[in-house]
Design a binder for this molecule. Sequence first.
Ligand code: E4P
Length: 217
Amino acid sequence: MKFFVDTAETDQIAELNDLGMVDGVTTNPSLILKSGRDILEVTKEIAEMVEGPVSAEVVALKADEMIAEGRKLAKIAGNIAVKVPLTWDGLKACKVLSGEGNMVNVTLCFSANQALLAAKAGATFISPFIGRLDDINLDGMDLIADIRTIYDNYGFETQILAASIRSVNHAYQAAMIGADVMTAPPAVIKKMAEHPLTDAGLETFMADWAKTGQQIL
Ligand code: E4P
């Protein structure tokens, strides 16, 4: 499973990238706002930092304007994935931009039918939002499973990018289902290293080690 980091905070991306945990980055208008940075400038900086796809989202709502914005974003670097919303206009933009050889991430996906359309429009990535479905008492993970089944049924190459990951359990379940990629906030990725038995075991080892009176260095 590939790990994308869902942030525009370059220091946090750098820390995970140094550990080999970053296969790509996703941003969105809210994350750009949070970073307080200029979209073109911060996207360029991120794209130079990581080797994998860096998603940068268009903000126009009409297909022709999305295409123009997408072309501009794609020019930032060779590893930009243009992010377009899952609307009819977004699908039109996806078809054109992917036809021009760009990676396209179709975002704000909340149904299997939407995912099917995105694959047919040539999406490189489909981003089903797990957490936001959970927020309205639907099971976001069911959507990941449905899309996996449909894409496998017909051999679609569009990669399932499990998005809106809010917990380590989301990450685990998406991996079990076979999502190709997950994008998660840095804090969730770091939390995946934690386990109470690891902490308890380490505490015992440290206490026993102190009793030996020995030192390694
Ligand atoms: C994905 O590309 C989105 O940026 C992100 O996962 C949205 O997550 P949220 O629902 O926690 O805002």
